[in-house]
Design a protein around this ligand. Structure first.
Ligand code: UDP
Ligand code: MG
Length: 316
């Protein structure tokens, strides 16, 4: 079909009303002057601030904008997943944040690299604005991931990326419930390349992530793409077993050759507390895996769409 777009731009939106007008003005001007055909998929992730109505209004009057409305807030990773599921572009998709931290105007650079034969073009944050604490946390997280992951996830790259049609199809066929797109994208393979950019500050409003949500995203990355946590508990267990074995032998030797030596209460207390702690850590790590298995075997759909607008018309 010839009327299909070349590229979809996917934007997850959760209470972004303050950014909506400026975001869509910039997107409209990109769509209008672009040499290739672009259609934007705005995914409403259960907004409660009026963004939903704004998206609906725009999608009904401008055929270049689709609206996908989720039944509640599912989180950015799932919102992007929904966007990918409904993408219909021939060449691929560009995923951007809705707060203008990822300049959509960069689409030409992304597309040029795609034309050179790259299946994944991911943006790499050359610089990042924001609080020092978060900058440090992100810096450390990406380096830890790099070290521990069984696939190579590029440093300092978020969801901002262009994915070719076949990569999108492969990601769509991956049924995992706990989604860490930047890891899944790396797992798919093909030719991938980084594109450096300076990450802007969010245009308006405040981050939709609190510390807990960020930690949960980071844990998803680590537990879904690394075998180290479970190996770590085995390693701890082995080390402590060796230490206690040595300690046991020493006491035995003492007992046989020197006679009954009264052992200290402090040492016992220390051992009880330390090994109790180690066991809890190990159980916690196993628990993390069981939790993930538990959610995966439920086999629920990843999201629920309550409404969809495409080509200026309501389709569901
Ligand atoms: N977002 C979303 N659902 C959420 C949280 C965030 O769709 O539950 C969207 C948000 O509207 C924005 C993008 O994901 O378009 C990135 O979120 P945010 O800017 O809050 O993240 P940060 O840049 O602070 O990491
Ligand atoms: Mg942001």
């Amino acid at each position: 079909m010839n009327h299909l777009p070349d590229i979809n731009i996917i934007v997850p939106l959760y209470n972004e009303i303050e950014n909506f007008n400026i975001l869509t003005e910039r997107l409209i001007s990109i769509v209008n002057k672009s040499s290739f055909k672009i259609e934007v998929i705005l995914v409403d992730d259960g907004s409660t601030d009026g963004s939903t109505e704004k998206i609906r209004e725009l999608a009904l009057k401008n055929e270049n904008f689709h609206g996908v409305f989720l039944s509640r807030n599912f989180g950015q990773q799932i919102a992007n997943t929904a966007g990918l599921k409904f993408s219909n572009a021939k060449d691929g998709v560009l995923i951007i944040d809705g707060d203008l931290q990822d300049p959509p105007e960069m689409i030409d650079q992304f597309y040029a690299l795609y034309k050179e034969g790259y299946d994944v073009v991911y943006a790499v944050r050359h610089s990042r604005k924001g609080f020092l604490f978060y900058k440090l946390a992100y810096y450390l997280f990406y380096r830890i991931m790099r070290r521990f992951s069984y696939i190579t996830i590029p440093l300092d790259s978020g969801d901002f990326s262009l994915l070719s049609r076949r990569v999108v199809d492969h990601i769509n066929s991956m049924p995992e419930e706990s989604r860490f797109l930047r890891g899944m994208r790396a797992w798919v393979g093909f030719k991938q390349i980084g594109l450096s950019y300076d990450r802007e500050d969010r245009a308006k409003g405040s981050s939709k992530y609190n510390l807990l949500k960020l930690i949960s995203l980071a844990l998803n990355g680590i537990f879904n793409f690394s075998k180290y946590p479970i190996r770590f508990s085995m390693f701890l267990g082995l080390i402590s077993f060796c230490i206690s074995l040595i300690y046991f032998m020493l006491t035995l030797i003492k007992k046989i050759f020197i006679g009954d030596v009264p052992t200290g209460f402090t040492a016992i207390l220390f051992a009880v507390i330390m090994f109790g702690g180690l066991q809890l850590i190990a159980i916690g790590i196993i628990g993390e895996y069981i939790l993930r298995i538990f959610f995966q075997v439920k086999n629920r759909p990843l999201f629920i769409v309550k409404e969809r607008i495409q080509n200026g018309k309501k389709v569901s």
